[in-house]
Design a protein around this ligand. Structure first.
Ligand SMILES: [Zn+2]
Length: 382
């Protein structure tokens, strides 16, 4: 029986809390240990002048549908790879690098994100980054991941396409056996570059038989509307690839409409600004269009002022097909489990909604039916 799918929870959105946004380590001190098991965790929400409040948080099996592998480069790995490759970083130490993680908007993040990619030079570097993500994701309850990489960001700095694709793909090929995480690779294209550039890289990927399941569209959204990439997405569809696009993160609701109508995408990454257009919400609900929402990312990039003001509860109450994802977890304060912990702590997310979000993520994935059935059964559906 499909117990959790359907009408919003009676009573509508959960009540908001005035509690300050805890850091990932405050919310769950066990995150410091990378080897913690994927089982029940205890959340500790502590403030200097308040008693410790502990809440049980159960990790659910989820699919992560919005994840940029380059955004999983943790500061420690950046320094390790720089040392291995003899690259001098413009930061004296880890603290100086971490201090740069205060972003004012999407572009201020992108500047650091691209600069740090300089440490990725060899297949081994890409493989090490991918392995680190999968290990951490498995501990977060992720059982299926659809991983974006930005090939243009590497080719443009002289890294061969084969190096980045093979480095990531070599680890994904064994991810289920090694980490219990089934995976798919998605080539994401940078929307601030030209369509010709994207088409050129897509043709190379197809010519080399790269193991990609689909294409995405990311990077600086405003001023780079979906209409710019109609030929790219038509080519991807012709090649039998899945299609997703970032839309409605910083860009207006019309970008979501255009991504659906002009690019024929199957999922929208972010999409939170759909809430400004009731007709669009109605359409997205009717079509069950998946929206891969990234709450901690939205706070860090100032798409919303605080997590307490995040539209996720309203999106759930509206019946939208939303899931929770980490986007660029090394930069935004946490992985999928950190997002769920903070949603529960700050927004009072109910068990009902947590299960619904997990179910949405699995159903909205591009995994085959057998894998979806297996994961839904883990979630309690039969
Ligand atoms: Zn993203």
């Amino acid at each position: 029986m499909e117990t959790y799918d359907g009408a919003p929870e009676p009573g509508g959105a959960p009540a908001l809390s005035d509690a300050p946004l805890p850091t990932a380590e405050e919310a769950n001190p066990e995150h410091a240990a990378k080897d913690r098991p994927a089982e029940d965790q205890t959340v500790t929400e502590a403030a200097a002048d308040e008693p410790v409040v502990e809440q049980p948080v159960k990790l659910l099996p989820v699919a992560e549908l919005h994840l940029h592998i380059e955004g999983t480069l943790e500061p420690e790995l950046i320094f390790a790879l720089a040392e291995r490759n003899g690259i001098e970083l413009p930061y004296a130490d880890l603290d100086e690098l971490r201090a740069r993680y205060e972003f004012t908007d999407l572009q201020s993040f992108l500047d650091l994100y691209y600069a740090n990619m300089a440490v990725l030079q060899t297949e081994q570097d890409f493989a090490d980054m991918t392995r680190a993500y999968l290990e951490r994701a498995a501990a977060a309850g992720v059982r299926h991941a659809e991983i974006m990489m930005d090939p243009q960001a590497h080719v443009s700095r002289g890294i061969p396409l084969e190096t980045c694709v093979n480095g990531v793909a070599s680890v994904l090929a064994n991810s289920l056996a090694e980490f219990g995480v089934s995976t798919l690779l998605i080539a994401a294209f940078l929307r601030d570059l030209s369509e010709e550039s994207a088409l050129g890289v897509l043709e190379q990927l197809l010519a080399m038989n790269a193991p990609i399941a689909g294409i995405g569209l990311d990077s600086a959204e405003v001023g780079n509307p979906p209409a710019k990439f109609e030929r790219l997405f038509a080519r991807a569809k012709e090649a039998g690839l899945h299609r997703i696009a970032h839309a409605g993160e910083e860009g207006p609701p019309s970008y979501i409409i255009d991504a659906l109508e002009l690019l024929d995408v199957e999922r929208i990454d972010h999409g939170i600004r759909c809430m400004e257009d009731p007709d669009l919400v109605e359409h997205l609900v009717a079509e069950r269009v998946p929206l891969t929402v990234c709450p901690l990312s939205n706070v860090r990039l100032r798409a919303v002022d605080t997590l307490a003001e995040h539209p996720l509860p309203a999106m759930l109450a509206a019946g939208l097909n939303v899931s929770v994802n980490s986007d660029d977890p090394a930069y935004f304060g946490g992985y999928v489990d950190d997002n769920f912990v903070q949603l529960q702590t700050v927004l009072g997310l109910s068990e009902f909604d947590r299960v619904r979000l997990a179910s949405n993520s699995i159903r909205s994935s591009f995994a085959d039916d057998e894998r979806k059935t297996e994961l839904l059964a883990e979630l309690g559906y039969s």
